[in-house]
Design a protein around this ligand. Structure first.
Ligand SMILES: Cc1cc2nc3c(=O)[nH]c(=O)nc-3n(C[C@H](O)[C@H](O)[C@H](O)COP(=O)(O)OP(=O)(O)OC[C@H]3O[C@@H](n4cnc5c(N)ncnc54)[C@H](O)[C@@H]3O)c2cc1C
Length: 424
């Protein structure tokens, strides 16, 4: 006996919970299917367990953090944006706070509260949620999707289907890239996927020497095949394999393709970013003369964390027991260059298992940005990370999932309740 719904949503992550809740609010009979034993597994680990829900940036600034086609999200952001998710959570008992004037976190510091609130909203709106339901295929008839099949061969029929099964990153949370093959077989173009917001592996043993050292508000300049590509300021950490942390994750989005093409990638750390390039020589000269009688090792410890000091000796060749007054102009130049551009070559990235998001996915050309409706199959809707969209760290990725999910839910409900909603 098949089951009939107005809207079936596949995947109860950030996008799926918004899609299902909104579709039900619009009056549709909604089924939300989740592979794992509970909804929102990935959501519970976001923002180090505190969930960086969104970002307070205005639309124009917000979309600068999104690629490859940031224009795509404008219509969904204009329907459901940062203040809307904040209000929805607040209404369902989860107040938020803003940190550093932009990052919105749960006030309770508990990402699980976001999941519980969204599940509560779904249930109160009338959504039926079935967990432990691993969808293995989406079946099409006469150019319309008709039903989904679970691995135990249960078939759920629906007037519309919304796919929100996420990307291929952090597969342990349930998003193991299942959707890409469905979309390919349904006739959609899927752009190549790559890990994004991912830790990076480095050449040599410098990172190992520095393992455990974190640098905050540090500036990194990225060089690709000898050309400056991007520079950013933020927090990072050295690990046994290389580098990680929010700054590294954000920069990784911009170089993974170059890495895969075999280009030479160098991260140059500006360890004295407060001092402009033009003033660094006179600054060092002055500091060295003030501390002229100190040993170089004591002098440099005023500026660098202990783990970086041996790396500095090695790179500059200045002996630790050299008296500062005896440092030559050439040595000072080496020190200046090293402090402004301490370089580490990137050898690779960690895998999808450690990537916060997936870049690439269902091609945006074939999805209506106003409705999230497929341009290939009329009663199919798509939202969240499965789309060829990804963003920097800072709450941007969740907002993409929330906004596109909300719009997909509303459009699918309208479609299934009689108003065809394709805005072609
Ligand atoms: C460690 C970590 C921290 C992060 N922190 C932040 C943050 O603080 N702020 C931010 O903006 N972004 C953050 N992100 C990114 C953010 O979590 C994702 O962009 C977002 O969750 C994507 O939402 P989604 O609904 O598209 O996919 P997901 O949240 O991955 O949800 C997809 C759901 O579909 C289910 N599913 C998959 N396949 C099937 C199937 N075959 N059948 C049924 N169900 C299926 C999955 O089990 C999953 O529940 C973080 C990511 C990670 C990994």
């Amino acid at each position: 006996m098949p089951y009939y719904y107005d809207v079936i949503v596949v995947g109860a992550g950030a996008a799926g919970l918004l899609a299902a809740g909104r579709a039900a609010e619009c009056g549709a009979k909604v089924l939300l299917l989740e592979k794992m034993n509970r909804p929102g597994r990935k959501l519970t680990i976001t923002g180090n367990g505190r969930c960086n829900v969104t970002n307070t940036a205005q639309l124009g600034e917000f979309i600068k953090h999104i690629g490859p086609d940031s224009k795509f999200v404008r219509p969904s952001f204009s329907k459901f944006f940062s203040k809307d998710i904040v209000n929805l959570l607040e209404k369902n008992g989860v107040p938020t706070v803003v940190e550093d004037d932009e990052f919105v976190f749960t006030k309770s510091c508990k990402a699980i509260d976001v999941v519980n609130a969204l599940v509560k909203w779904n249930k109160e709106s009338g959504v039926e949620i079935i967990c432990n339901s691993n969808i293995t295929d989406i079946i099409k008839k006469d150019n319309c999707v008709e039903y989904v099949v679970t691995e135990t061969n249960v078939k759920y029929y629906s007037k519309t289907i919304i796919v929100t099964c996420g990307g291929a990153s952090y597969p342990a949370t349930g998003s193991s890239g299942d959707g890409y093959k469905w979309f390919k077989s349904l006739g959609h173009k899927v752009t190549p996927i790559r890990p994004a917001l991912v830790p990076l592996e480095t050449k040599g043993n410098t990172a190992q020497q520095l393992q455990g050292l974190s640098l905050s508000k540090t500036k990194i300049i990225v060089w690709v095949d000898g050309k400056k590509k991007i520079e950013r300021v933020g927090d990072m950490l050295f690990t046994h394999f290389g580098i990680t942390g929010p700054l590294v994750h954000s920069l990784s989005r911009h170089i993974i393709e170059d890495l895969q093409k075999g280009k030479n990638i160098v991260f140059a750390f500006d360890l004295l970013s407060d001092i402009p390039e033009s003033e660094i020589d006179s600054y060092l000269l002055k500091q060295i003369s003030i501390h002229g009688k100190k040993l170089f090792s004591n002098f440099i410890s005023l500026y660098l964390p202990p783990k970086l000091i041996p790396v500095c000796f090695n790179a500059t060749g200045i002996l630790p027991d050299k008296i500062c007054n005896l440092i030559s102009a050439n040595e000072r130049k080496k020190l200046r260059l090293w402090l402004k551009e301490f370089k580490i070559e990137i050898s690779g990235s960690r895998s999808f298992a450690e990537a916060m998001v997936t870049s690439g996915g269902v091609s945006l050309d074939e999805v209506d940005s106003k409705t999230m409706q497929s341009k290939i199959i009329e009663n199919l809707f798509i939202a969240g990370e499965i789309l060829d969209l990804d963003a920097d760290t800072g709450g941007y990725n969740l907002q993409i999932a929330f906004s596109t999910g909300y719009v997909a839910g509303e459009s699918a409900a309208k479609y299934s309740l009689g108003k065809k909603y394709l805005s072609l």
